[in-house]
Design a protein around this ligand. Structure first.
Ligand code: UD1
Ligand code: UDP
Length: 370
């Protein structure tokens, strides 16, 4: 007798989630044994933060859109949970798949867990050991609730073991974000987005900042802007601005603090942005995903944070953890100007474009083999 089809719902809400979903979406698209549906919570909603990724990564509109709002963490989390619970009651999936560490990830895991629905967490086990970061709380809760934990780098294995998560639950499958990068490399190379901004390949700095700790406090953000202004005397800078950062620039009245040497743009689509990363002389960021993409591409990256949940990028990749002192950031930039940045360019294990296939096959085996 034929086994009835299982129903999996992947949940996404923010820019990095969409990029992590695409490879798994493609895996299930070509597999007829599973009904795979996508739910978008609405956490990110601007065209440039959401729809552009579905278009560029060739995914259709999500099957469900929760359209949540909420100003505080509790409001956002509670609203996602309320709407997602209704969807779960109606759809009765066998599994939900969540990605990364954002509020949508944690809220949907919590709602599913209370209904005894199985949870798969893609990008499990990462830890910054800094609970002042909202993402760290989301990671810990999601991992505790998950039934299948898919780990992106070695540190995840160590962390989950230490936390006493049962070994049968976790799998070292590699980095799904790198799958998207590998699959789109031709388009990224063809984009030549740097020339649209009159930049020369290998001769500009790419900056992104969106962590609340860097951009929500005026004094911290002002220091970052001063650093960018000083640096722009030596190298051209492009700064695609995240909506949180833009609203702070406006609300704090900081727009006039920038000058023409710094190109401020809207958030960019995936292909154009990755082309800018690949051709940058150096990247300065507080993003999680960009630390990984620069390591894969061998582009020097300075991470303006006190910690990273992605230590492989520092230990064997091109990432330098600068802390949040501008003095230190300037010191590292001085090393960069002399051309003496570290040459280490190892790519972590299983960052090879095949992570979604590994994850998909494990899930099929778990749900279909007796
Ligand atoms: C969220 C994640 C963060 C992740 C980042 C990726 C949490 C707690 N934070 O941070 O881990 O690194 O996404 O980019 O889940 N906004 C818009 N348009 C949009 C999206 C957001 O205007 O399309 C504005 C809204 O005013 C919103 C603010 O940005 O209140 C912050 O958005 P939110 O999703 O709460 O947090 P992020 O800073 O984007
Ligand atoms: N990204 C993008 N356009 C941009 C900035 C970032 O496509 O203007 C991509 C980036 O390449 C990476 C992901 O968005 O794949 C990272 O998102 P973000 O930095 O917002 O979140 P984090 O990884 O810090 O959670």
């Amino acid at each position: 007798m034929k086994t009835p089809k299982k129903k999996f719902i992947s949940v996404v809400g923010t820019r990095p989630n969409f990029i992590k979903l695409a490879p798994l979406y493609n895996f299930f698209k070509s597999n007829e044994s599973v009904i795979h549906l996508v739910c978008h919570t609405g956490q990110h909603y601007d065209f440039s933060m959401s729809k552009v990724f579905f278009q560029e990564l060739q995914m259709p509109e999500p099957d469900f859109f929760l359209g949540i709002t909420g100003n505080t963490h509790a409001e956002q989390t509670a609203n996602i949970m309320t709407e997602f619970e209704k969807l779960l009651e109606k759809e009765k999936p066998d599994l939900i798949i969540v990605f990364g560490d954002v509020n949508s990830t944690m809220a949907c895991s919590l709602a599913a867990s209370k209904l005894n629905i199985k949870i798969a967490h893609v990008e499990a086990g990462l830890r910054s050991f800094d609970r002042t970061m909202p993402e760290e709380v989301n990671r810990i809760i999601t991992d505790v609730l998950s039934d299948f934990l898919f780990i992106s780098e070695q540190s995840g294995l160590i962390n989950l073991k230490k936390e006493g998560i049962s070994e049968e639950k976790y799998f070292f499958t590699g980095n799904i974000m790198i799958d998207s990068l590998v699959h789109n490399m031709d388009a990224i190379d063809n984009s030549k987005s740097f020339s649209k901004f009159n930049l020369d390949s290998g001769n500009y700095l790419l900056a992104t900042f969106h962590r609340p700790s860097n951009v929500d406090k005026k004094e911290n953000f002002l220091e970052i802007i001063d650093f960018l202004l000083e640096t722009s005397k030596k190298i051209k800078i492009i700064f695609p601005v995240h909506p949180r950062t833009l609203s702070n620039i406006k609300n704090m009245g900081l727009l006039d603090n920038f000058n023409d040497n710094i190109i401020l743009t809207e958030p960019l689509g995936y292909i154009d942005f990755l082309c800018l990363v690949k051709n940058a002389a150096i990247v300065v960021t507080d993003s999680g995903g960009i630390q990984e993409e620069t390591t894969f591409l061998g582009v020097p990256c300075i991470t303006f944070r006190d910690n990273t949940e992605r230590p492989a990028t520092v230990d064997i990749g091109t990432n330098i953890l600068a802390g949040t002192s501008i003095v230190n950031l300037k010191k590292i930039m001085n090393v960069f100007y002399t051309g003496k940045m570290s040459e280490k360019k190892q790519i972590p294990e299983f960052w090879d474009g095949k992570t979604a296939v590994r994850i998909g096959n494990i899930l099929l085996e778990k749900f279909y083999s007796k």
